[in-house]
Design a protein around this ligand. Sequence first.
Ligand SMILES: Cc1cc2nc3c(=O)[nH]c(=O)nc-3n(C[C@H](O)[C@H](O)[C@H](O)COP(=O)(O)O)c2cc1C
Length: 201
Amino acid sequence: MTGALEAVRSRRSWSKVTDAAPTHAELLTLVSAAGRVADHSSMRPWRLIELRGTDRDRLGRAINKATGDKGSSSKPLRAPLLIAVVASYRKSDKVPRWEQEAVASGVAHVLSLLLDEAGWGVIWRTGLYTRSKAVAKAHGLVGDEELLGWLYVGGKPPRARLGRRKGVDARHHISRMPREASIPEPKRAGKAKKKKAKRAE
Ligand SMILES: Cc1cc2nc3c(=O)[nH]c(=O)nc-3n(C[C@H](O)[C@H](O)[C@H](O)COP(=O)(O)O)c2cc1C
């Protein structure tokens, strides 16, 4: 069994974490490793923003502004460190936006795995306000950038109950291509209908 297989199998999300958090220097090592995900044309279409201390209150205020509530949401206070994941789309004729978003998402997944393996509790969170103007402004998003949510990071609480995770039955998620004969041909059917309609005119 490889280290990666074991790390992925044993990871879980931690919705409750303690006040301990990795330092900026620790993050640099993990982020640099996570940045090694497959990346079409090596465009690095992502960046991360660390939110610590009162940054989290600023996010709380932006969330409430976005949702039309007064004051500050306490949601960001659920962890001592939030890592905002930003897709920073680059101009390209070759690599469309969806591919660039896939890269940013890959970085977030790998980073959360590395944090988990390093002993930190992580959960990826979003909300309907994730792509609101107020939240984008608070993060200083510029140009063509979009948030993919936040990795909430903290210490794994001691004596936490290790909730069981359902395994994934791979057989339901991997198959071969359908047999050609079984593929409906909507285009051809559409063309035939049009021809028929023309003839009837
Ligand atoms: C893009 C994305 C957004 C998510 N947003 C939330 C969220 O807002 N709240 C939440 O409880 N879980 C959210 N999750 C799911 C958790 O991160 C976590 O994967 C889920 O609770 C399952 O737990 P597990 O990772 O231990 O299997 C999100 C996951 C992804 C990938």
